[in-house]
Design a protein. Structure first.
Length: 195
């Protein structure tokens, strides 16, 4: 069985996961071909080799034409299920967004069908989630493990207003996982990364 282990010493976000997969040997051309099957326009993915301190890494940045869209879970499910992606990628991508919807619903006192995805409903978050799932599928990964997650502190301004860090949805998503509080004033684990 092939596994992936994410050593999240600096946190976890969608773009960090994509960079890690590409660094671990994910074929970029095959990965981009899978993303094209999503049939979602209005974005560009930049992949670059960078240094983070003394360590070489791959940085992935998804840039979008649209402002943050407000989508419901059903909108995202329809987009993914209506794509040409392989069935396992569709199912796991939808499952990730369902987990996000459940966390957001609990935090905001809504039902999962009425939750408005703001930042995580935007094109870049959709590319991050589907890109990560497609990457793991292309690499033949059957199980994913994760290290202790570092949680920063402070505040973040988003469509919901000013939220404490870690963001409430992130807290809900990492419930039961090992975490450590670190003295860093920043969002180290995003809801997308946690999901």
């Amino acid at each position: 069985m092939k596994i992936a282990y994410f050593d999240c010493v600096a946190g976890a976000s969608g773009d960090m996961i994509l960079g890690a997969l590409l660094d671990a040997g994910l074929d970029e051309g095959a990965w981009r071909a899978e993303l094209d099957k999503l049939e979602l326009g209005g974005y560009d993915v930049q992949v670059a080799k960078v240094h983070k301190g003394p360590i070489a890494a791959t940085q992935v940045e998804v840039t979008c034409e649209e402002a943050h869209a407000h989508r419901h879970l059903g909108d995202i499910e329809a987009l993914i299920n209506g794509s040409r992606l392989p069935i396992p990628v569709k199912e796991k991508s939808v499952a990730v967004f369902r987990r996000l919807a459940e966390a957001e619903a609990k935090v905001h006192g809504e039902t999962i069908d009425h939750v408005h995805f703001h930042e995580v409903g935007a094109v870049d978050a959709i590319v991050d989630v589907v890109g990560a799932v497609a990457g793991l599928w292309l690499m033949g990964v059957e199980e994913v493990y994760v290290s202790t997650l570092p949680m920063g502190h402070g505040f973040v301004d988003c469509a919901h207003g000013r939220l404490p860090l870690p963001a409430p949805a992130t807290v809900e998503l990492v419930r039961g996982l090992p975490i450590v509080n670190v003295d860093v004033e920043a969002e180290l684990v995003t809801p997308t990364g946690a999901a």
